[in-house]
Design a binder for this molecule. Structure first.
Ligand SMILES: NC(=O)c1ccc[n+]([C@@H]2O[C@H](COP(=O)([O-])OP(=O)(O)OC[C@H]3O[C@@H](n4cnc5c(N)ncnc54)[C@H](OP(=O)(O)O)[C@@H]3O)[C@@H](O)[C@H]2O)c1
Length: 252
């Protein structure tokens, strides 16, 4: 029964990815610089990020520990990486944000809580049950080894880009500046590029449909948003570096 629910929800994430890609190409999700003027039904951004990212942490942990009878080293590695990332994303990242007056739409918070709760559940369940992850040989499988390397590289790129953006407001300002350094040399959304690389690495190392669904969702969600960010930079900064792409160095 739980297995069928997990499969159904994984298919649901693929469907949401397609809808999200189509919707985000038409208009950017209205938060941050894409917030609509006079937008109503918003809440402070700091508790918003805590609220909607936390289900990834709790839902994954609860499902994993309730389902895994004797987790393998590979499953425990995946568990540790997921929890480490969401300790950062749900707790440390919101506390690092400098602009304490920023608002966030309540509708997006509700969507985030539901989506992230489902995503934590399907991935926690997949990691606890996938037969290949129970096998000690998976730790030496090239998919696992390369997946770990790609995920860690993506996480480092994302963390460095987050840090560069946060430091742009170190002087107490609240507006936007042109980011420099790290992969911002090549793309406008180095943070999104790192995030997509991270979840592609996770999909490879876990090798489950649930892992793949989150890599597909992250790409479907962040790629169109990066195109919107890039257009916004070009429109607002006359001296914006011409060689810089939106999200994929040298390509897009
Ligand atoms: N896996 C997923 O599907 C997913 C989805 C969403 C986000 N994320 C991750 O969550 C993190 C935040 O995402 P986001 O959409 O908020 O990213 P973002 O639009 O790039 O903004 C990140 C932070 O930096 C600030 N900022 C951005 N550009 C700036 C500039 N040029 N000058 C000064 N400050 C600037 C933003 O302020 P403002 O709020 O004032 O714009 C915000 O606080 C990223 O690392 C992203 O990868 C992941």
């Amino acid at each position: 029964m739980v297995h069928h629910i997990q499969v159904g929800l994984t298919i649901f994430i693929f469907v949401v990815s397609a809808l999200s890609f189509w919707g985000s190409l038409r208009s950017a999700n209205p938060y941050g610089r894409h917030m609509l003027p006079g937008q109503r039904n918003t809440m402070p951004a700091l508790p918003a990020w805590l609220l909607f990212e936390a289900p990834q942490f709790f839902s994954f942990a609860l499902t994993f520990w309730l389902s895994a009878s004797s987790p393998s080293a590979a499953a425990l590695t995946l568990f540790a990486l997921w929890q480490a990332h969401y300790t950062y994303r749900a707790l440390i990242y919101p506390l690092r944000m400098r602009d304490r007056h920023k608002r966030f739409p309540i509708a997006s918070v509700i969507f985030g809580i539901l989506f992230n709760g489902i995503n934590g559940f399907i991935n926690g369940y997949a990691v606890a049950h996938a037969p290949h992850l129970m096998n000690a040989a998976w730790l030496h499988d090239p998919r696992f080894v390369i997946g770990v390397a790609v995920a860690v590289a993506g996480w480092l790129i994302n963390f460095q880009a987050d840090t560069i953006l946060i430091n742009l407001r170190r002087d107490g300002s609240t507006g936007y500046k042109v980011p420099h350094g790290g992969l911002f040399r090549y793309v406008s959304s180095a943070n999104y590029f790192g995030e997509i690389v991270l979840w592609c690495g996770w999909a490879l190392m876990s090798f489950t449909p649930a892992g793949l669904s989150f890599a597909v969702f992250s790409t479907a969600n962040l790629l169109p948003r990066a195109l919107s960010h890039h257009r916004w930079y070009v429109e607002h900064f006359a001296d914006y570096p011409r060689e810089r792409r939106a999200i994929i160095p040298g390509i897009l």
